[in-house]
Design a protein around this ligand. Sequence first.
Ligand SMILES: [Zn+2]
Length: 285
Amino acid sequence: MSWFEKMKSGFKTGSKREIPAGIWSKCPKCSFSTYQQALERNCWICAECNFHYPIGHQYYLELLTDTGTFVELDDRLTAADPLRFKDTKRYTDRLRDSKKASDLNEAICTGVGRLGGYPVALGVMDTRFILGSLGSATGEKISRLIDRAIAERRSLLLVCQSGGARMMESAYSLMQMAKISAKLHQLALARLPYIAILTDPTYGGVTASFAMLGDVILAEPGARIGFAGPEVIKQFLKVESLPEGFQRSETVLRHGFIDRIVRRDELPATTSRLIALLTAGEAAA
Ligand SMILES: [Zn+2]
């Protein structure tokens, strides 16, 4: 995407109406143009309309851990292709392309670190990896992260961003929903908190399992959160349009499915405050 591109040397400014790629970003929601450095300082939030630009996992890792404390876990763990699946493309080819696009070997990056001095186990999904879909390796990484959280008495944070279960792995993928839910029960028995942070989009098997199992469920403004996507629902209901704000975090909050909407730039303070409250009695650094 243009806002990830580095400034190219030797570009020509052309007419005033032209916007050189990689310097200015035009908000997809309100078309307001912002100097990219300013946008980055504002946590990739449009100053005009509050639109939260999609960002990669690296940015959330920086945002949600104290500087220099994050240590990645299981970064080499990757999906197998047990069904030798092929649709318009071979699954192995999709995996290869996703690895290149996301700089990840799976749809989630997991690791441990500190946030506000508190020990955390953090997982961040990334839609650049087959739409952030939940595959067997994704589930295994989350399960191992929870084991680590329990062993080291860490609070668990999962930044959810997913199109749902990974169809290329069929039942192997669906099993991860039960597996992670069981692991989260172990975390609860160990009296350690789990804070789910839902970002745009959070759908399908992820919503139907760990995204909705947080002790506290936060969401970014305007994030799409649901089970089936709007197109599927329109087809099923045989309607041409859906109500305004359908499946947006504000609507989902109104219906009681999540606890709070938090701006991206306020996530570190809100999350660490929640950890402080939920782990009162546990030692902080
Ligand atoms: Zn905007």
